[in-house]
Design a protein around this ligand. Structure first.
Ligand SMILES: Cc1cc2nc3c(=O)[nH]c(=O)nc-3n(C[C@H](O)[C@H](O)[C@H](O)COP(=O)(O)OP(=O)(O)OC[C@H]3O[C@@H](n4cnc5c(N)ncnc54)[C@H](O)[C@@H]3O)c2cc1C
Length: 453
């Protein structure tokens, strides 16, 4: 019989994944030490994190439920049941996300979620949170960590939840070569504040994720529970229409008045936001290996940072945490075995969601305003209504279901092929040959399995 996975776990990073992982590990009986480079974000005047709000979907919600935190989190999430598209002329088109009203995604403030997760970790009594402790390097032979301020400390098992720029990934790569690729997207993002309306209510419908799709670029806005929205402009960093060209207020205002006229009155500090908010970089990190034996493992963005266009980075990171804990349930497994199984199970999923996230940028900024795309969506929902055990749109498989991402990708390809066939020469839903649709769906798609716990 193999040795059981025991010992004190050192988690690097007290962000979303690090704080949830620490809680889950502690609930399972592990002693956990978490090193976080920033000061405690729950303190006064702590710096804000990147992206103010996030979309929480089924995978993330399941993980929070496993930690006993979903109800508390839901007290401050806002359900979004669809996309509200804003045209250049201010026309609104609503498109539901799911086939039923309970298929919604939830807007949540990153800072509040992070604070709650840190409180939960501390409340276990088995997690030591150490703030102002930035990992700088690892002495693998001596089993010591080097911190940026010169301090050193011992470690037994290391888990890197230190985000897209992971210092642990760098240290592991230097030691064992992880096969890391980092692809920077040529588009960046800028956050824009949209305060509540004059009467204190929401200035836009809070039950939707708002999108201003403009082909080569877009703006989105998610609601916050104080009746404000947070807008995010995604735009090429360089080139004809780009952040580079929006260097001064005249160009910035001109651009907004032309592209997003209905949004201009909603962003009273547009000029200040341009002047003070940095243009954020977006990219995809892929690694061929996520571990060094049973000594060190990467998860969350540290292992697989993705672009935000499917709203899944945090959800995938939370799903990682649950997957790791599930593997630790078997007492016969040592860390080497657990980490090996984790990497084998999760790496294909990370690859699939990375690709789907990149593809979804194209969908969000362009396809959502294309009538052919809108007909496709209608047909998808109709096929799901008829064959919900087999045909579920890829977007829904990713956001509302918890089957493997790679399986969502695979089924999505077959479904796209079925839709192509059914929509040939067809202009409305009524013209679709549903006899053929039924044959194709039952012939090509096997029933969906129940999700693993
Ligand atoms: C604009 C934007 C919008 C997004 N929208 C969504 C969304 O709607 N839905 C969704 O699911 N995801 C979304 N994401 C992705 C999501 O933010 C990330 O996937 C998620 O934050 C990953 O969590 P993490 O804990 O792995 O990393 P992080 O949240 O980055 O946390 C890493 C932590 O490690 C700490 N750290 C870093 N280096 C060190 C070091 N050397 N030593 C010690 N500590 C260190 C950091 O300070 C931080 O606290 C979005 C991302 C962006 C940029």
């Amino acid at each position: 019989m193999k040795a059981r996975a025991t010992g004190r776990v050192t988690v690097i990073g007290a962000g979303l994944a690090g704080a949830l992982l620490a809680t889950l590990l502690a609930q399972r009986g592990f002693a956990v030490r978490v090193l976080e480079r920033h000061p405690d974000p729950r303190g006064e005047g702590a710096p804000g994190g990147r992206s103010i709000n996030l979309a929480l979907a089924a995978r993330g919600r399941h993980a929070l439920k496993r930690a006993g935190l979903l109800e508390t989190v839901d007290a401050f999430t806002l359900p979004m049941g669809g996309r509200m598209m804003h045209s250049e002329w201010g026309e609104l088109t609503h498109q539901p996300y799911g086939a039923t009203e309970d298929e919604v995604i939830h807007s949540v403030r990153r800072d509040r979620l992070n604070h709650l997760l840190l409180d939960a970790a501390e409340a276990t009594g088995r997690v030591e949170l150490v703030f102002g402790a930035a990992l700088d390097g690892v002495d693998w032979a001596g089993k010591r960590l080097q911190l940026a301020d010169g301090r050193e400390e011992a470690w037994e098992v290391l888990i890197g939840a230190d985000g897209g720029g992971s210092a642990l990934r760098r240290a592991m790569d230097e030691r064992a070569g992880l096969g890391v690729s980092e692809e920077l997207l040529d588009h960046g993002y800028l956050e824009l504040g949209m305060p509540p309306a004059a009467d204190g209510g929401f200035a836009l419908d809070p039950r939707c994720l708002h999108i201003w799709p403009r082909g080569g670029f877009m703006m989105i806005a998610l609601p916050n529970d104080d009746a404000s929205f947070t807008g995010t402009l995604f735009l090429p960093r360089n080139g004809d229409v780009s952040f580079e060209r929006l260097g001064d207020w005249v160009h910035q205002l001109d651009f907004f008045q032309l592209q997003f006229p209905d949004a201009v009155p909603l962003i009273p500090r547009l000029r200040e936001d341009f002047a003070t908010h940095p243009v954020g970089l977006l990219g995809t990190v892929r690694c061929r290996r996520w571990r060094i034996g049973g000594e060190a493992l990467l998860l969350g963005d540290a292992a697989h940072a993705i672009v935000p266009f499917h709203g899944q980075g945090m959800n995938a990171a939370f799903e990682d945490c649950v997957a790791l804990l599930r593997l630790l349930e078997d007492d016969d497994r040592d860390w080497d075995d657990v980490f090996a199984r984790f990497e084998a199970e999760r790496r294909p999923q990370a690859e699939a969601i990375a690709d789907m996230a990149l593809e979804n940028y194209q969908v969000m900024r362009a396809a959502v305003r294309d009538p052919v795309f809108l007909l496709r969506k209608k047909l998808e929902h109709e096929l799901e209504r008829r064959h919900g055990d087999r045909f579920v749109p890829r977007y829904s498989l990713v956001m509302f279901h918890r089957g493997p991402y790679a399986e969502a990708y695979r089924r999505g390809e077959i479904q796209a092929d079925i839709l192509d066939t059914l929509l040939q020469g067809v202009g409305t839903l009524e013209e679709v040959d549903f006899g053929e649709a039924d044959r194709l769906v039952t012939g090509r798609l096997e029933p969906l399995p129940d999700p693993a716990d």
